[in-house]
Design a protein around this ligand. Structure first.
Ligand code: SF4
Length: 485
């Protein structure tokens, strides 16, 4: 279809909003009046104090047209988006639950509206101005309330540590992370060197944090799958963190053990002994057919076994990730997976929406038969109803680009089991000092709004080869704090 952007600067938002309704179609954006041949056209035009939105189908029939004065309108972009939403819901019959919101953090907008207009009026504007459904408004409000409590734990000297282990046993077909498949012998050979350099970076980063007098609040090992490290490597990394950072104020220590096929009794023992307080064991689905379709190369039985091993090792805060909208899954299949996670009693259940990123094997448009957006919406609605009805509450949420139906990822947890790191990081409460290949350090000092980033090399071999340069880049941490504290 053609999207005409005429006489205005809101192209980015207009395109994103249109994409929600046509996720798999080519949308050609033009900045002048077109004469299409057998193509639907959505026109957005600002002229003579009016905004016009018009939709013509491929036969040239006008299915929607509306023209509104912009006199006295403070947010013209909002008015245009509301009109586009009306046009597109009318011609497609599809009503996105998040209304015109296209950003990644809907609860952040809700917090801002509540702060500006008061709770009731803020919520009303969120619903009526941004056309968000009652269900998603309740979700965003619940998340906003939970997040505010966690945000208040962060003090000016706070920081979190992220340790990147970008390796996995195999690559999932939906994966868009920089994660290396351990079936490759080159990658396997690289691993000992990677761990050695990672430990050097941990030492150098800790020295900076200690010199600056920063306070470590949370640690998170992600990737990848950190438990792809063997027992000795895992113990070495954990020991390096323990020996170099001051853990006396630490509130939370998470290690993702996402792939059940990487979990062993010995790794669990090492983590538990080191004070790791939270782990992730991620089923994604409890259907073996679905797991095979997404290249997980493990069974649901292995997930259950890993979960059981973790309980026996003493872990009382376990996260399980599920994904809505996976190929070969169905609404009933998803419900069965969610019910299984509830039955297991995982303290955290994170429900993701499948995102078809270009960097994933599935990313090419049209290469997989994806669930209809409505079905994915029904999966998320089932998760929300079931989890909130059984003692979990939503505490953090974000949306990814190219997720089915522009839907969200939500972290649910039992009372007091919120993952602090997730909120600290998502809400940019304080600095995250990050180590390892592909890691990104985010710097934020005190109550200031300024955020700087330091990018580590993306791939493990670059990380090893460019290690000295990387350590030099880290000097920017000290400089940032000196200038912004
Ligand atoms: S386990 Fe996670 S990081 Fe690893 S390949 Fe699968 S999606 Fe990617």
């Amino acid at each position: 279809m053609l999207l005409e952007i005429l006489n205005h600067k809101y192209q980015y938002e207009a395109e994103k909003l249109t994409r929600i309704f046509y996720p798999n179609e080519k949308i050609t954006v033009v900045n002048e009046k077109s004469t299409p041949d057998s193509e639907a056209v959505l026109t957005t035009l600002f002229s003579d104090g009016f905004v016009t939105v018009e939709y013509k189908n491929e036969n040239g029939d006008t299915l929607y047209t509306r023209r509104e004065s912009t006199d006295g309108v403070s947010d013209k972009e909002l008015l245009m988006a509301q009109m586009m939403f009306e046009a597109l819901t009318r011609v497609t019959g599809y009503v996105p639950k998040w209304g015109i919101l296209t950003g990644i953090r809907p609860s952040k907008l809700l917090i801002a509206l509540k702060n500006k207009y008061g709770d009731e009026e803020g919520i009303r504007r969120f619903r009526e101005d941004y056309l968000v459904s009652a269900e998603k408004t309740a979700l965003a409000d619940s998340v906003a309330n939970a997040e505010e409590k966690i945000i208040s734990l962060s003090v000016p000297e706070s920081f979190s540590l992220y340790v990147s282990i970008p390796f996995c046993p195999t690559r999932c077909s939906y994966c868009s992370f920089v994660s290396h498949d351990m079936t490759s012998t080159t990658i396997k050979k690289l691993m000992p060197d990677y761990v050695a350099f990672l430990i050097k970076e941990i030492e150098a980063t800790a020295e900076i944090a200690n010199r600056l007098g920063l306070r470590l609040e949370s640690i998170y090992y992600g990737g990848g799958t950190p438990t792809t490290l063997d027992e000795g490597q895992l113990a070495d990394v954990i020991r390096a963190v323990e020996a170099n950072f001051d853990l006396s104020k630490l509130r939370e220590y998470t290690i993702e053990a996402g792939r059940p096929d990487t979990v062993t009794d010995e790794k669990l023992r090492i983590m538990k002994a080191a004070g790791v307080s939270r782990i992730s064991i991620n089923p994604q689905s409890f259907s073996d057919e679905v797991l095979e379709a997404i290249g997980r190369k493990h069974t649901s039985k292995q997930t259950l076994e890993a979960f059981d091993m973790a309980r026996r090792a003493g872990f009382d805060n376990i996260n399980t990730d599920l994904i809505a909208g996976l190929p070969k899954d169905s609404l009933d299949g998803f419900k069965a997976s969610l019910d299984k996670a509830v039955e297991l009693g995982a303290e955290n259940i994170t429900v993701h929406t499948l995102a078809l990123k270009r960097s994933s094997y599935m990313g090419g448009e049209g290469t997989v038969a994806v669930r209809r957006n409505e079905e994915t919406q029904a999966m998320l609605a089932y998760a929300y109803g079931t989890l909130t009805g059984n003692g979990w509450h939503p505490y953090y949420m974000y949306r990814q680009t190219r997720s089915l139906g522009n839907l969200e990822n939500t972290g649910y947890c039992k009372q007091g089991r919120e993952c602090l790191y997730n909120v600290f990081m998502m809400e940019e409460c304080h600095s995250v000092l990050a180590v390892g290949a592909g890691a990104v350090t985010r710097l934020k000092a005190g109550h200031g709004d300024k955020i700087d980033r330091i990018f580590n090399f993306k791939y493990p071999y670059e990380y090893i080869d460019g290690f000295d340069e990387l350590i030099n880049r880290k000097q920017a941490i000290t400089q940032f704090y000196n200038e912004n504290r």
